[in-house]
Write a protein that binds this ligand. Structure first.
Ligand code: 13P
Length: 251
């Protein structure tokens, strides 16, 4: 049985004061929840602060990105070790906004995953097709290629530390959620891919999250699908009550 996993990606929102306030509200509403893993991914600047706020709760902390090198002359970048020391256990890798605005390729995603694993950070690897690609009937080819290249030369043990998030680009921030069926079809495809490439036990155990306009009102439909194990929530994770409701509807 895969434990439900609800992750909030705060993106580039909340200054330190606002982030602390949101984390405190969340702590009040969700810290006592059992039966789901809960993760929040604030901006880099508030990670250390939030780590203190949520310590002693079961809520996990993650970052939204990282560099693949351990240290050096990479102005403006942050390494896996730095995230670890700020209290992170997870990191989002290959989010579609990174791919789109910062030209992250599958090869870069692969390097970042390896660096995260080396630092004992659990990567949440994001995949998903654009509207154009879906309309051309290429969504499975695209996601298949993102998996093939993004996870290249990773072993079964490595995959044991990874979560995959399917986020169709056309559903992110648009209010247009994939239907339960559309999401389920892709999740089933990803699970089959994992089974073929690795093993049925890995494919059974690995959690696959859905992301793209998730809100409290569509969580139950999504979570009711056989291959959807959780959600990666953007906009709706910025409101403590809304996020708490999503968590509750995921149990
Ligand atoms: P929205 O929930 O705002 O559509 O964002 C989804 C997302 O990109 C989460 O990583």
């Amino acid at each position: 049985m895969r434990k439900p996993f609800v992750a909030g990606n705060w993106k580039m929102n909340k200054n330190n004061q606002e982030a602390e306030e949101l984390a405190r509200q969340l702590k009040e509403k969700i810290a006592a929840v059992e039966g789901a893993d809960i993760l929040i991914c604030p901006p880099f600047t508030s990670l250390s602060l939030i780590s203190k706020v949520i310590k002693d709760t079961g809520v996990f902390l993650g970052a939204q990105n990282m560099h693949w090198e351990e240290s050096g002359a990479f102005t403006g970048e942050v390494s896996a070790q730095m995230l670890k020391s700020a209290g992170c256990g997870f990191v989002l890798i290959g989010h579609s906004e990174r791919r789109k605005y910062f030209s992250e390729s599958n090869q870069v995603v692969n390097k970042k995953i390896k660096a995260a694993l080396k630092a004992s950070l659990s990567p949440i690897v994001c995949v998903g097709e654009t509207l154009e690609e879906r309309e051309a009937g290429k969504e499975k080819d695209i996601v298949g290629c993102q998996l093939e290249e993004g996870l290249a030369s990773l072993g079964e043990q490595d995959l044991g530390e990874i979560t995959i998030a399917y986020e169709p680009v056309w559903a992110i921030g648009t209010g247009k959620t994939a239907t339960g069926l559309q999401a389920e079809q892709m999740h089933a495809f990803i699970r089959e891919w994992l089974e073929k490439k690795y093993s049925s036990s890995l494919s059974n155990d690995l959690r696959i999250l859905y992301g793209g306009s998730v809100k409290a009102s569509n969580t139950k439909e999504l979570m009711g699908q056989k291959n959807i194990d959780g959600t990666l929530v953007g906009g709706a994770s910025l409101d403590a009550s809304g996020f708490a409701e999503i968590v509750k509807n995921s149990l």
